[in-house]
Design a protein around this ligand. Structure first.
Ligand code: CP
Ligand code: NVA
Length: 305
């Protein structure tokens, strides 16, 4: 494993290794143990989009591993004035030991990895959000004691979060059903890749436009904002199109009695999810947010030691 750009690129063993290390680091950190395994190393963190969780969890995680996190707002870098990814990758590789990037075009992350010589971690692109999916399945594992054989239902926009969950569920042997409105389906190539990966683990991937079909019998119900970063101009249209895809108590009630609700956050109550669900007893969204820290520490440890 050289980079973490897409969960599709890693093996099932590597996927399980990340989750196992994340659990160990989480447990031992809570017991007071320190893990200064990245002492003297620097992670450059490029952001061209906003962030609360990703920035904080990577900064705290790098600090807890004894290294130095460096926040780089793309607007303040020459990248924001047109310097190429090629030059940025080459220059940064002379200074830092790893690069985390949150940006729009997925190709920019691929190019950073191609032209640079240090590990690259995808902190979200328009296409994928792999760190989120790792934290999500870590959270599911903690609450359910297993992953294989469970069913996760994702309702809403066929976006970066849905795509990375498809890859993660396929690697973990978890069934996943995705319900989106017509015209907002997941990327076809991602679905085909996930179905291919699922052959190895026996996971079943179902793509539908029917939220009730997706949620029925699910162990985990997930949604995400209807208006991802970069789509703000489409908000009025999207609010209309997605109105029947809200995770409210009626829809959540179609899942198993002991199902849990996850959401990567930020959440917009009254839109993709209602308060009674996200603030209810079966919501684990703050465990999920915390697990970004533990999952990403495992990723940094495996890539940067
Ligand atoms: N879930 C997530 O990536 O949150 P941020 O946008 O706050 O980083
Ligand atoms: N799909 C959302 C996730 C935010 C963490 C977005 O891309 O804005």
């Amino acid at each position: 494993m050289k980079h973490l750009i897409s969960i599709h690129d890693i093996t099932c063993e590597e996927f399980n290794q990340i989750l196992a290390l994340a659990q160990k680091l989480k447990r031992e950190t809570k017991e007071g143990k320190t893990h200064h395994i990245l002492k003297g190393k620097t992670l450059g963190m490029i952001f061209t989009k906003s962030s609360t969780r990703t920035r904080i969890s990577f900064e705290v995680g790098m600090y807890q591993l004894g290294g130095h996190p460096m926040f780089l707002s793309a607007n303040d870098m020459q990248l924001g004035r047109g310097e190429s990814i090629y030059d940025t990758a080459n220059v940064m590789s002379r200074f830092v030991d790893g690069i985390m990037i949150r940006t729009y075009a997925h190709q920019d992350v691929l190019d950073l990895a191609k032209y640079g010589s240090v590990p690259v971690i995808n902190g979200l692109t328009d296409l994928l959000h792999p760190c989120q999916a790792l934290a999500d399945l870590l959270t599911v594992y903690e609450h359910k004691g297993k992953l294989r054989g469970l069913k996760l239902a994702y309702v809403g926009d066929g976006n970066n979060v849905a795509h990375s969950l498809l890859y993660a569920c396929a690697k973990a042997g978890m069934d996943m059903s995705v319900a989106t409105p017509k015209g907002y389906e997941c990327n076809e190539e991602v679905v085909a890749n996930a179905k291919d990966d699922a052959k190895e683990t026996g996971a079943e991937i179902i793509i539908t436009n029917d939220p009730v079909e997706a949620v029925t019998g699910a162990d985990v119900v997930c949604t995400d904002t209807w208006v991802s970063m970069g789509r703000e101009a489409e908000k009025a249209e999207r609010v209309k199109v997605f109105k029947d895809y809200q995770v409210n108590s009626e829809l959540f009630g179609k899942s198993k009695e002991d199902s849990i609700f996850i959401h990567c956050l930020p959440a917009y109550r009254g839109y993709e999810v209602t308060e009674d669900v996200i603030d209810g007893p079966r919501s684990v969204v703050f465990d999920e947010a915390e697990n970004r820290l533990h999952a990403q520490k495992a990723v940094m440890a495996l890539l940067m030691i």
